[in-house]
Write a protein that binds this ligand. Sequence first.
Ligand code: SF4
Length: 327
Amino acid sequence: MSGPLLKVENLTKHYPLGRGFLKKSGPVVRALENVSFSVAAGETLCIVGESGCGKSTLARLLMRIVKPTSGRVVIDGTDVTDLEPNALRPWRRRMQMVFQDPYSSLNPRLTAGQIITEPVENFERLSPKQRQALASDLLQKVGMRPEMMRRFPSELSGGQRQRLAIARALALQPSLIVADEAVSALDVSVQAQILNLLLDLQQDMGIAFVFISHDLSVVEHIGHRVAVMYLGRIVELALCEALFAKPTHPYTEALIAAAPLPDPTRVRSGSPVEGEVPSPINPPCGCAFHPRCPYAVERCRMEIPPLVPMADGRLVACHVRTRALDI
Ligand code: SF4
C-alpha cells in the first residue's frame, strides 16, 4: 500500500441550533473547523484537548456516524465521505471503534461470545463451530479465558468489559481502530493493562489507532504522533516525544504543565491553562485561545493563526511562536 491509510482533509462540522426556517439563519455550534491529518498503517495518532474541543465529534465523523458539513475522509485512497450505506459497508469493516464506557457499548442481553461474533455475522454466515472458534480465539487475544464467552457483560469487571469491546472491534480484522477515551473509565492499574494490550495488538496485527484522550500521561505512553485540539481546531501536531520534550503552542505547553507525572521527582515547566473553554457557539475572534493565552498580542485578536510547519516538522498554529518564520 502506498500513501496513508487514513487521510482527513479540512473536516468541518457545524450543528445548526434553530429549527425549521431558523435552522439556516440561527446560531451554529462550530464543533470542528478545517481539521486535516493523516494516519499511516500501524501508527497511533493521539488526539488530545479539554472536553468540548471537538475530539468526540471527530471520532463520529471518522466512523461516518455523522456526516461532515464539509471536508473529506479518505481511506486507502478512496473518498468515503459521501458514500451511501451499501457502498460504505466494506469500508466499515476496515474501521472499528472502541468507546469510553464499555458497559453501555455492549448489549447486556448477549453473551460475550455473541457480542464478539455479531459484527462478523452482519457480513457472513458462521456455523456454530466457527462462531465458537472465533470467540475463543479473540478472547484469548485480549487476555481472557475462552470459557468467558458464556458470560454476560454484567458478570464481567470493567477491565474485562473493555477487553471484550476490543475483541469485538478485532473480529472484523480492521486496519484502523478509533478509540474514544477508551481507558478513561477504568482504574489506573487496569488502564495500564489495556494500554499494553493495545500496544501488543498493534505490534502483532499492524493495526493503526486514532486514540482520543484528555489524559496526557496515557498519550505519552501510547502515541507515535499527537494532535492537540482547541475549540474544534488542531493547534499543534508533532511526534509524541518532541511534543512532550518541547511543547511549542502555548495551549500545549499549558496542558503538559497541568499533566501529572508518574515520577514525583520530575517537575513540569510552565503554568497550567486558566479559565474555561469558550462556547463553540460564539468562539472568540482571531485565535480562539487568546482570552486564556499569557502571550497574546494584538494580532491574536484579529487573525486566525494558520498551521505552519516548523523546522523539526511539527505543525503549530500560533502567531507568536511561528513569528520567526515570518521574518
Ligand atoms: Fe496565544 Fe496568540 Fe499564539 Fe493564540 S496566536 S496561542 S493567542 S500567542
